[in-house]
Write a protein that binds this ligand. Structure first.
Ligand SMILES: C[S@@+](CC[C@H](N)C(=O)[O-])C[C@H]1O[C@@H](n2cnc3c(N)ncnc32)[C@H](O)[C@@H]1O
Length: 261
């Protein structure tokens, strides 16, 4: 476990203050026993809510990954003038805006390919149907269909326009259309088994050494297929899955990532 100091500065792009919280990173299967005494400050005011804690790992990992990219790949950065990042599962753009704001804050140019159907989750694959909880809402209706690209552009704002593009369509159709480039970071936030597999298979070999694949849903009880997919994919690969969480280890507060060898 690596502990860093608590912070109280502003959260990029949210207008919210960063709440004091003790981060905990660890390299292991996450189980309740690992959280005991691992910096789980109980919420004591309105800012310390689980939804808020859930966003901190992406901010922190993005910042660390950009710093590592500058250290390990200065020639790549100089040649392209930027690092490439992919986000698989953008929805309304909250994660996308966080990444763009972090990059701006640390003075590192990025270009983000933000992939989403913008029509919601695809139909469940056989594997997803087997695994989804009986009462999962996405068995009955299409989640995340209530957004348009125009709304995402409006949310992100014109200042970031040169630094990202929305790639609309199902991953199986859009991944093959992406340019042949190396990525510093791939953010996988797409809930389902088949979606995870499509993205991991595409991005793993296209990550720069020291680059990161970040998994938003590994600890989600609503989408248990995310963990199944990630574990299956990593079983034959050398990278170790890292877990990072802030605040109380509840719900989907703990996120996971690998650093590419
Ligand atoms: C949880 S949301 C993403 C949330 C977003 N990253 C954020 O920060 O708010 C998951 C998104 O993944 C998209 N998605 C999942 N599987 C997909 C697929 N195979 N092709 C395209 N989009 C997919 C859904 O449309 C949905 O918008």
């Amino acid at each position: 476990m690596i502990e860093t100091a608590s912070q109280t500065d502003a959260l990029p792009g949210t207008g919210e203050e960063r709440a004091p919280a003790t981060p905990f990173h660890f390299e292991a299967e996450a189980g309740p026993e690992l959280f005991a005494g691992a910096g789980s400050t109980p919420p004591s005011d309105a800012r310390l809510n689980p939804a808020y804690f859930e966003r901190i790992p992406l901010l922190e990992i993005t910042e660390a990954t950009l710093a590592r990219g500058r250290l390990l790949h200065p020639e790549y950065y100089q040649k392209h003038g930027k690092f490439f990042i992919a986000e698989a599962g953008t929805y309304r753009g909250r994660g996308l805006l966080s990444v763009l704001e972090v990059a701006k804050k640390v003075n590192t140019n990025v270009y983000v390919y933000a992939l989403d159907s913008f029509e919601g989750l695809p139909p469940l694959s056989a594997r997803d149907s087997e695994t989804a909880p009986e009462n999962a809402s996405y068995r009955k209706r299409t989640l995340f269909a209530d957004v348009t690209e125009r709304e995402v552009h409006a949310y992100i704002g014109p200042a970031h326009k040169p630094n990202y593009e929305l790639v609309k369509g199902f991953f199986c159709d859009t991944l093959p259309t992406l340019p042949k480039i190396k990525y510093l970071m791939a953010i996988i936030d797409c809930d389902l088994y088949s979606s995870h597999m499509d993205c991991m298979e595409y991005f793993y070999n296209r990550l720069l050494p020291g680059g990161v694949m970040f998994f938003d849903d590994y600890h989600s009880s609503h989408y248990p297929m995310a963990k199944i997919a990630v574990d299956e994919f990593l079983a034959s690969r050398p990278e170790k899955l890292m877990h990072v969480g802030y605040g109380t280890p509840k719900g989907n507060n703990v996120k996971t990532y690998i650093v590419k060898s």
